[in-house]
Design a protein around this ligand. Sequence first.
Ligand code: UD1
Length: 426
Amino acid sequence: MDRIRIRGGHPLSGEIPISGAKNAALKLMAAALLTAEPLTLTNVPRLADVRAMAELLASFGVKIQVTLSGNFGEGDTMRLEAATITSAFASYDMVRKMRASFQVLAPLLAREGAAKVSLPGGCAIGARPVELHLNALEAMGAQIDLAEGYVTATAKGGLKGAEIVFPFVSVGATETAMMAATLAKGTTKIVNAAREPEIIDLGNCLIAMGAEIWGLGSSEITVQGVEKLHSAAHRVMPDRIETGTYAIAVAIAGGDVELVGAAPDTIASLNALLVKSGATVTATPRGMKVQMNGGRPKASDITTAPYPGFPTDLQAQMMALMAVADGTSVIREKIFENRFMHVPELARMGAQVRIDGDTATVRGVEKLKGAQVMATDLRASVSLVLAGLAAEGETVVGRIYHLDRGFDRLEEKLSRVGADIARVSE
Ligand code: UD1
């Protein structure tokens, strides 16, 4: 099994190209199910999760062509054509590997009037139920049956517009409601909708496909259903979590790096914290630049929250930074329970962290020490890589299939800016 070996202590300098966003690309791919005409996505990141979604869509009869980009800084092009849907069944085997595959339920149901999709697996971070998705579809007239780990959804006469009021913010459920509403009869109002940039990206792609949507980026989205959607081309937005991860890499390792293609306004909450910790963050015509010149980062308190709050997907990475900060920081995880699995691994490297429920108190130490550690989920695994960049000696991260799910050529991007990092197989 592959591992990643890092020798710490090298400042980073140069440019890192930012890939297309995983969390946008997966839903954009699912949106191809909504039309018989082709959807062409550009700037698609090269990730295991993207390949898993392609495989799932192919099992429904979607024809997919990928043109690999020869340019390191540009993503691939993917043409998806769901001319005829030959199956609307997503097995446990297909769905368990990746929670985002549950997002095929709404477009399959909207297009075919029926779908059977396994309940999801995905990262082992808490219970992560899907009742908000199912309630939204029921409000739109779907009949939902749950049996043996599967959801069977039917809407014989088609879905109908409805007012959907979410009790709390969910990215996935907002996307489910928005995709289902594009082909429903009448108007759908989504109240307490998620405002994440990936929702705006999906909404803009749906609009390019002929959908009528208002209020993207606000907490109230209105969708006027249309008879059918059509062909479109859409460029996947830059990955703000990848951007944030490399920005934190610079803060932890020191140096000066331009993140080319980044959209700094999508991670304003992180940038404010990085500045507080002592980094300089500047928007550039091509993206953003992060500089950290000498000195230890300063400690800051962090609380995760729905967008525009601090993203839970950057919590583990910030903990790695706080582990070497001057002072004590309190990190509160408010989105997912059980999302501190990186803590015992960071502790193996000398981090001083105490957990009490959803709160971690991190007492910064002068230096972390390289160790053998294990990735436990997607974002946790990259926090160990970041810690390794700052640690004395050698860090070896195992179970890196978690990293390959969500980070496009990570070791290549980091070694190009001077990190001593390599993938080793044994
Ligand atoms: C998406 C992202 C994930 C990110 C998360 C929060 C993708 C593929 N994944 O996940 O990387 O960490 O947003 O920004 O885009 N919940 C329920 N019932 C539901 C739905 C959600 O209880 O029906 C809970 C979840 O367990 C969680 C919270 O709501 O505690 C937020 O989850 P949600 O926003 O839905 O996250 P995802 O869409 O799964």
